[in-house]
Design a protein around this ligand. Structure first.
Ligand code: DX5
Ligand code: ZN
Length: 215
């Protein structure tokens, strides 16, 4: 059974509190907050205030997924806002080890996100610096995109690299996760399913979370 992380990008943005509460009631394990800067991706989203407010109203850990340039500038703001995990995109950061160390140093779980166009081989050199991996199965920027099936192979390869290095961190998959893709991902060894539109966009939030949890 994988954990479920509910991506608030797909919420009705005027009802984030109410809709995340429904996901929490149904057993969601985490809240996923995509922070976009309009530069690394063309979309623009949330700031640290939302993270602080989610921490106030929800008992769930808040996982910040920075889809932005200069993540080293923004990580401290989200740390101060109370984020439980902070992930940045590998291709947005020239010195990932340094930033992972800094995030960990703030007492927060440090995550690395790898986009669908990038290889996972470099994890060999990074695993022992991180607590959390996000394999993206869509290009960063928007919810509701088509799932890139190449992530299955990457998931298996990431597992192998963990076996080879003896360093194991939870693997999350982000983008296009629905019941069918989720089932395959769990089979391939995903620890966390991050889902937005499947959970929030077709009504029945609680039922959707329960279905993913049952995979
Ligand atoms: C994409 C985001 C994802 C997104 C997933 O840039 O990182 O977290 O919210 O949305 P769905 O589940 O709709 O693909
Ligand atoms: Zn995300």
């Amino acid at each position: 059974m994988a954990k479920v992380s509910a991506s608030i990008l797909a919420c009705d943005q005027t009802r984030i509190g109410e809709q995340t509460a429904a996901a929490e009631r149904a057993g969601a394990d985490l809240l996923h907050v995509d922070v976009m800067d309009g530069v690394y991706v063309e979309n623009l989203t949330y700031g640290p205030q939302l993270v602080a407010d989610l921490k106030r109203i929800s008992g769930l850990p808040v996982s910040v997924h920075m889809e932005l340039l200069r993540p080293e500038t923004f990580a401290p703001m989200f740390a101060r806002a109370g984020a439980d995990m902070i992930t940045f995109q590998l291709d947005a950061c020239p010195n990932p080890i340094h930033l992972l160390r800094e995030i960990r140093g703030a007492g927060i779980r440090a995550g690395l996100g790898i986009g669908p166009a990038y290889d996972v081989e470099c994890l060999r050199y990074l695993l022992h610096h991180m607590d959390w991996l996000i394999l993206m199965s869509v290009e960063p920027g928007y919810g509701g995109q088509a799932f890139e099936t190449s992530v299955y192979g990457k998931l298996r390869r990431a597992r192998e690299l963990m076996e080879e290095t003896g360093v194991f961190v939870p693997i999350s998959v982000d983008g296009g996760v629905k019941e069918e893709t989720g089932r395959e991902l769990v089979r391939a060894g995903a620890d966390v399913l991050i889902a937005g539109s499947y959970i929030f966009q077709e009504g029945e939030i609680e039922e959707r979370v329960r279905r993913l949890k049952a995979l």
